[in-house]
Design a protein around this ligand. Sequence first.
Ligand code: CTP
Length: 423
Amino acid sequence: MASDNVKRITGSEILSEKALSYKPLKGKTVLLGITGGIAAYKAAVYSRKIRALGARVIPVMTCHATEFLSPITFAALTGEKVYTDLFCIEGAENIPHIELAKSADLFLVLPATANIIGKAANGLADDFLSTLLLAFSGPVLFFPSMNPVMYAHPATQTNMERLKTLGYGVIEPETGETACGDSGRGRLADWPVVKEPILKATTLQTLKGINVLVSAGPTREYLDPVRYISNRSSGLMGYAVARVAVRRGARVTLVSGPVSLPPPPGMKLCPVETAGEMGDTISKLSQNVHVIIMTAAVADYAPAARADRKIKKDTSELRVDLVRTTDILSQLVKDRRDGQIIVGFCAETQDLKAQAIKKIRLKGADLLIANDVSRPDSGFDALNNRVFIVSSDGDIEPLPLLHKEEVGEKIWDRIQNMLPQTV
Ligand code: CTP
């Protein structure tokens, strides 16, 4: 039960970028190429979100894009000069497309029309944006957005394939109703799908070639078809650990109990409900993975029997027999394949350090991430977490209060040092 003085965070607060205290794009410069499609209005919203992640965002608009939105909109949203014209050289010493190309870490074309895709696929450079693309040697991501028939056209598809062979990233549009009223694939991806490739493109691929299994969220142990025993885990910590691994280049499978978070892009999601289902799923998947992180708050006890029908309130008292579930983490350690790294979490409300040392010895994990789940500012369903990283030799590394994604980064920094160089 949550005590009254514990601030509960609502779903919308959890997903709000306003609460971000973590700037993974700090120090980065992002060129934002906007072309002439109705989704240009989404580029205006996303420019703000990219800025909120810490980046400097420099807008570059095609002349068709300026028919949809004014450059003033982007100037106000990014606080930067907006580039629109190839021939607007101010002072002979600075050639804008060459200078800009040298100064940026990442180039986004968002939205990308069939026209810019065709031009970039063939190396054409007849305006500022297409010229800048040729002058830029860093990572470029295209976010196509257009009418579904135009998107499906063999010319567009061939050009997109060609973009990929040239080393450009192409992020598929989503399926749904487009602005013209047609339904199909062609709608500019939503922010979570846009955000992750941006972060991946600016992150060192230190986990490339590594297979990772992460468990997250609570489990539900059913008494009858409508009632269950569960806990307050929101899944935020496990999802953050999984996202950071994807950004660093790992192949990630996320085994998740029931949570209200959107499916994270770039990984395989295996939804489960009970501790039994989670254990079975993880045991099937665990053989070919290099690293397993048990972030899930697995129920320790489940009702001995699950009633087929809703239990009626016929008696003044109801007693339920509970039986122990399998300890998945301990079982994984017993079945560990050669060189596999197994990391557990440790949720406590008292004697955190002593309990964590006892638990890591008992379970045999390589690392244990211990947190006090009774604190209002960290632990269950909070955006931030304050943890200790405990290693099998009893060493304890305390971390300050951090955004959960930053906690995920610290955990992966430790795991990376434990991975054999040959993986
Ligand atoms: N865990 C598990 N299977 C269980 C229970 C826990 O794999 N049936 C894992 C959790 O995913 C976590 C670690 O064990 O990585 C520690 O979980 P925690 O809830 O802190 O402790 P418990 O082992 O459940 O012990 P207790 O509830 O007595 O503190």
